[in-house]
Ligand binder design. Structure first.
Ligand code: C5P
Length: 231
């Protein structure tokens, strides 16, 4: 794998349901850049740890799992979520459940796991560029990103978006419970000591509550073009 510190990075951070994943994938495709769904890495650690009975109270074992897993993303041409291969097994469906989001936010609070995933995330930075989505792409993983965007939306709107996404995928979900889970996960992500969910100081904050996906895509693309022209 060729690694370079020079490929430009577009960092898109924000809470679950803010639209960052969909917006990031569409922009990566439009720009012809690579795409990193960093949440999927944390979800994979959580899901596999549970499946392999690794204790959530054993940070070194979880960090070892994080470093040793071989994970590959195969982008979909229709903009839907990428296929995720873990050691060759398609684990995409396992990663999209609310439970995997909760497990992810538990392992994501451990500094050992975050450290272990750092190098993996850096390895996605390849020419001609990378769109990276997560919670700390701009603040910690790619502090030199050419543009840092932080997407927000109210918990109610994010819960409705998640509800629709999951129903469309055939999952059986309950809206009030989803809203509780989103609030619980926001609190855990914002309250943790390492890389808490908060915008990088130099991030552009965009409230997507009243915008549809194409509106957000155009806004972020305009910001990126402006930034590339000026820098
Ligand atoms: O983005 P997604 O909902 O897939 O992320 C799942 C969880 O993984 C988040 O709630 C957060 O706890 C964690 N995460 C993180 N840092 C990232 C991406 C995700 O802590 N860069």
């Amino acid at each position: 794998m060729i690694t370079t510190g020079k490929a430009p990075v577009l960092a898109i951070d924000g809470p679950g349901g803010s639209g960052k994943g969909t917006v990031g994938q569409i922009l990566a495709q439009r720009l012809g850049w690579h795409f990193l769904d960093s949440g999927a890495l944390y979800r994979a650690v959580g899901v596999v740890a549970k499946r392999e009975n690794i204790s959530f109270d054993d940070p070194p074992a979880l960090a070892h799992l994080a470093t040793s897993m071989r994970i590959r993303f195969i982008p979909q041409t229709d903009g839907s979520a990428a296929t995720v291969l873990l050691n060759g097994e398609d684990i995409g469906d396992l990663l999209r459940t609310e439970e995997s989001g909760k497990l992810a936010s538990i392992v994501a609070a451990l500094p050992e796991v975050r450290r272990a995933l750092l190098q993996k995330q850096h390895s996605f930075r390849q020419p001609p560029g990378l769109v990276a989505d997560g919670r700390d792409m701009g603040s910690t993983v790619f502090p030199d990103a050419v543009l840092k965007v932080f997407l927000t939306a109210t918990p109610e709107i994010r819960a409705q978006r998640r509800y629709k996404q999951l129903i469309d995928k055939g999952f059986d979900v309950n809206l009030p419970r989803l809203l509780d889970e989103i609030r619980e996960r926001d609190a855990r992500d914002a309250g943790r000591a390492v890389s808490p969910l908060k915008p990088a100081e130099d991030a552009c904050i965009l409230d997507t509550s009243q915008l549809d996906i194409s509106g957000v895509v155009e806004r972020v693309h305009d910001l990126l073009r402006e930034r590339q022209r000026s820098g």
